[in-house]
Design a protein around this ligand. Structure first.
Ligand code: ZN
Length: 444
């Protein structure tokens, strides 16, 4: 058969369209295949970027990291079953949009027909159990008479819908992957019948996504060997508020009912973000050989300031880091804060005020070694007002890791790679402080 060149060109063009929908807008490339899309773009000089995406049926966003400004990322499309348009927007970390493309998405073929028929007298969802697993959640429930259901998902960074099919007896079980949602984000689900679309059940995953630590023991031979660090993630998801004595040798009381910040973009609680950061910091310190104690590893229990300091004091910690996210009426403020105690008897026993301040300066300098863009706050302040600083018998700092009221800081504080930057910076500070305090000697 003789094929004309024209026909061949048409044919190849068709194949290209069918195999993958690719669009190139300057430097942004988006490829799709059933169930997912991939992006590739460059943003010279940037380490972090935001990928926004939407179809008619779902949308979401996530941050991506690159060492050299060349970004690649992939994300699942959970619930776009019909061929549709996929819009992808690239934003810098300050949320300024730099690129947008629309591409064809072929849709996700549904599994081979439903095994069960829809029945009359259908019942609502029963015995719903949602269990977080790494990168997603497992579901288990029955929905009598429903041949298939639509599971709608709402989480901090992603919304979507998946169609689920039952086994015999209208029992549904399996796993849904939502890889880009934050650690410990709650996932809210609504279950709708495949017929009629009405809600037949709701639920939510209530606890963490892989919040548990990876590391437990200090690595042998690290430069922080012999250093004991207490990591204190601020706040908790439980009511507090009783009065506590302000500090040893001090008059008056403080309270641990201090207001908690919430992410202006992420809407995440300071308590969960600090717990996440705390685990990353702990793991980095362990990797460098330090011994680490944490004041809390869960969200749902309240610990008073005195209880937290007792953890550090009882462990004989050489330094205590109290992790917080800052909050300011001016959304423009971003950066770091380091607060140290001044007049408590315990603080004065650690060092005279000038020396204590110099310790704080070490931590603040360390934090500022890896900045993203321009920060306008780098606060070092001695204050008597923090109960949790005053009762510590070792150098103790309340550290504001960023402003949750600022869009950039908020997103960064929930980005794993940035959390790792913070951890490495703080480890540098602890290393220097431990040398100054005579806990360790400098590496050769
Ligand atoms: Zn706080």
């Amino acid at each position: 058969m003789k094929v004309s060149r024209f026909t061949l060109v048409i044919f190849l063009a068709l194949v290209a369209v069918l195999i993958c929908a690719v669009s190139l807008a300057d430097n942004l490339t988006v490829e799709t295949e059933p169930g997912l899309f991939r992006v590739r773009f460059s943003l010279p000089g940037e380490n972090f970027a935001i990928v926004n995406y939407s179809t008619s049926d779902e949308n979401g966003w996530f941050t991506v990291y690159s060492e050299d400004g060349q970004f690649t990322a992939e994300s699942a499309l959970l619930g776009s079953y019909e061929p549709c348009r996929l819009t992808v927007k690239i934003q810098k970390i300050d949320q300024k949009q730099v690129e947008q493309v629309k591409v064809d998405y072929p849709g996700t073929p549904l599994p081979e027909g439903s095994a069960l028929e829809f029945q009359n007298g259908r019942k609502g969802v029963r015995d719903l159990v949602l269990t977080p697993v790494e990168g997603g959640f497992a579901y288990d429930f029955t929905a009598q008479g429903h041949g298939f259901v639509k599971l709608q998902i709402r989480a901090t960074r992603q919304t979507g819908m998946v169609i689920l099919y039952p086994d015999e007896n209208y029992h549904y079980s399996g796993t849904v992957m939502v890889p880009h949602i934050y650690n410990a984000s709650n996932v809210y689900v609504t279950i709708r019948s495949g017929k009629g679309n009405g809600s037949i059940g709701t639920g939510q995953t209530t606890k963490g996504y892989a919040l548990l630590a990876k590391e437990t023991e200090p690595a042998a031979g690290g430069r922080l060997q012999g250093v004991i660090v207490c990591v204190d993630p601020g706040h908790q998801n439980a009511p507090g508020g009783e009065k506590e004595p302000l500090g040893p040798g001090m008059d008056g009381y403080g309270s641990n009912a201090g207001g908690m910040a919430e992410g202006t973009v992420t809407r995440r609680r300071e308590s969960i973000v600090m717990l996440e950061c705390g685990f990353v910091i702990r793991d980095e310190l362990l990797r460098q050989g330090a011994t680490v104690v944490m004041t809390r590893e869960i969200e749902e229990k309240r610990y008073s300031n005195l209880e937290r300091d007792a953890v550090a004091n009882d462990a004989g910690a050489h330094v205590m880091l109290r992790l917080h996210g800052d909050n300011n009426k001016s959304e423009k403020n971003r950066g770091f804060g380091v607060y140290y105690p001044v007049h408590s008897e315990y603080a004065l026993a650690v060092a005279d005020t000038d020396t204590y301040r110099s310790y704080g300066q070490i931590m603040l300098d360390a934090l500022q070694t890896r900045k993203v863009g321009t920060i306008n706050k780098a606060t070092l302040d001695g204050t008597d007002r923090f109960v949790g600083n005053n009762w510590a018998k070792m150098p103790c700092f309340l550290i504001e890791l960023g402003f949750m009221s600022n869009k950039i800081d908020d997103v960064l504080l929930s980005t794993p790679e940035y959390q790792q930057w913070l951890a490495e910076s703080l480890a540098d500070g602890i290393y220097e402080l431990a040398i100054v305090r005579g806990v360790i000697t400098p590496e050769e």
